[in-house]
Design a protein around this ligand. Structure first.
Ligand code: PMP
Ligand code: GLN
Length: 380
């Protein structure tokens, strides 16, 4: 067998979570909550199972869930989406991303990605025989240099992938960023894949501007979301994709042969849970308190922080602590020696570049964050 991805090893999230488990470390590496999701959501899944909703859902997703999502988009973003032709329920955001990439890209095509980039984008592009073209976000705020993006477009470019809010940078697009993205996409007839899984986890009153709210982008984008992120249930692997009918029809051609449909009882429960807007509106305040707790403790331990504007991650510069170590070495050392696991930011770049930054996840109970900070206080 000739490998399609010869240089792809095990993802950093698996590597660091395993290392944390081996060394009894507190795991602030892989991004997942250590607290329960809402009891009523669990009860609704249970009830859906007891009521017999245990067979295949329709290929595009349960109609009630797509309707609930269309209502949510109308209410929260003032965007009209047709639940029949423009929404598909997927096995998490990862499958939606892979499906959209496979839908658009042919062998030899190029796709632009902005580094630091989530680790699934480049392998999914390469698995199509296409080429990821990487552009780095600009220091210090991890903003996009749109002139550089424009200059990277070639006649082979078909797609640009954006992650807004950005994991791990935590930067958030302004409205002007969306305008610049739209201008480039229109000028070069590119499609856009917008990974917006952290849409509700934005802090300090900053607004999240979705591609769905920008008419020019709405017409040429696949937008991807994850219930795992929004409702504290990463293990459910349920997400969705929104795209205009012509794009969605092509997406579904692949989706039906990748998974056909996803877990039915969960879709019933999510449809009910989405009816209450406070279920997502309360998220910024909930997570901002955790962010502030972790940030204060990391600073006391000697880290210099990049302000976290969004997601459930905090970037921390360790150059006052162990400047001699690379990011991967530092993350390993911190796990093994001090019992706290993090993610080296170099994992989000192709060239393993070293900013002396690691990423900590604050989607944790206060007691977990306190315990991690107690361990880290030994660094100061
Ligand atoms: N995109 C980004 C930016 C993510 O951080 C994650 C998960 N951490 C995903 C996609 C994947 O989401 P899911 O677990 O729903 O597949
Ligand atoms: N997206 C999560 C993170 O950034 C991890 C998802 C995974 O383990 N594949 O930590």
């Amino acid at each position: 067998l000739v490998s399609k991805l010869p240089d792809v090893g095990t993802t950093i999230f698996t590597v660091m979570s395993q290392l944390a488990a081996e060394h009894g470390a507190i795991n602030l590496s892989q991004g997942f909550p250590d607290f329960a999701c809402a009891p009523e959501l669990l009860e609704d899944v249970h009830q859906a199972m007891l009521a017999g909703h245990n067979q295949y859902a329709p290929m595009a997703g349960l109609p009630a869930l797509r309707l609930a999502l269309a209502s949510k988009l109308q209410l929260s973003r003032n965007v009209a989406v047709d639940p029949d032709t423009e929404i598909t329920i997927t096995a998490g955001a990862t499958q939606a991303l892979f499906t959209a990439i496979a839908t658009v890209l042919h062998a030899g095509d190029e796709a632009l990605i902005l580094d630091p980039s989530y680790d699934s984008y480049a392998p999914a592009i390469r698995a199509q025989g296409a080429v990821p073209v990487r552009i780095s976000l600009s220091a210090p705020g991890f903003t996009v240099d749109w002139d550089q993006v424009n200059a990277a477009v070639t006649p082979r470019t078909r797609l640009i992938i954006v992650n807004n809010p950005n994991n791990p940078a935590t930067s958030v697009f302004t409205r002007a960023d969306l305008d610049a993205l739209a201008a480039i996409a229109e000028r070069h007839e590119l499609l856009v894949l917008a990974d917006e899984v952290y849409e509700h986890l934005v802090y300090d009153g900053i607004a999240h501007h979705s591609v769905l709210t920008h008419p020019a982008l709405r017409a040429r984008s696949f937008a991807v979301y994850s219930f795992g992120k929004t409702f504290h249930a990463t293990g459910w692997k349920v997400g969705y994709c929104v795209a205009p009918p012509a794009l969605m029809a092509e997406f579904r051609k692949l989706h039906q042969f990748l998974v056909f449909s996803v877990h039915t009882p969960t879709q019933h429960a999510l449809a009910q849970y989405l009816a209450q807007p406070t279920h997502w509106q309360q998220l910024p305040a909930f997570y901002q308190a955790k962010r502030d707790l972790l940030a204060a403790g990391l600073q006391r331990a000697g880290f210099t922080l990049k302000p976290s504007q969004s997601t459930y991650f905090q970037l921390a510069d360790y150059s006052q602590i162990r400047p001699d170590l690379s990011e991967a070495e530092f993350a390993r050392w911190l796990t093994v020696t001090h019992g706290v696991a993090s993610i080296p930011v170099s994992a989000f770049y192709a060239d393993g570049r070293d900013h002396k930054l690691v990423r900590f996840c604050f989607a944790k109970q206060e007691s977990t964050l306190d315990a991690a900070l107690t361990r880290l206080s030994a660094l100061a």
